[in-house]
Design a protein around this ligand. Sequence first.
Ligand code: HEM
Length: 121
Amino acid sequence: MVSKILLPGIVFILTLAFGFWVSHVGKPYNGLLFNIHKLIALGAVVATVIQLAKLLKGADSLALIIVLIVVAALCVIALFASGALMSMDKLDYATMLTVHRVAPVVLVVATVIVIFMLKGA
Ligand code: HEM
């Protein structure tokens, strides 16, 4: 199990690290850091989806797991949308930053519950 979530986990932690770095440097965003943050985020999503697809086969309580995965997917959409809107200075920056700070927490909680539920699978 650990080996299966190791790669997505590391890529996600890198995403957070680059997120805080982009934030620390501030506006105007450093183009290189911003793009690395964005692309690693995409990589984390892809790596997670690949592992989840493998783990989901033969899982119990599939309905609850799917609800949690939908919550996690909505968080990912919120992160990509708020990240893009902050970089384009569209909508309210403070609101987008709050969304961008809350969504990773909800995402981690939902994902950790899914991982625990899949542990025996
Ligand atoms: C899995 C997806 C993502 C996660 C977990 C994530 C996480 C984070 C975190 C933790 C921060 C630091 C926020 C703070 O200072 O408290 C951040 C900043 C930022 N992220 Fe992301 N991010 C993700 C995807 C994206 C994407 C796709 C974009 C661009 C389209 C993006 C654009 C930004 C920007 C512009 C900042 C700087 C915000 C500011 O302080 O002005 N993020 N991200």
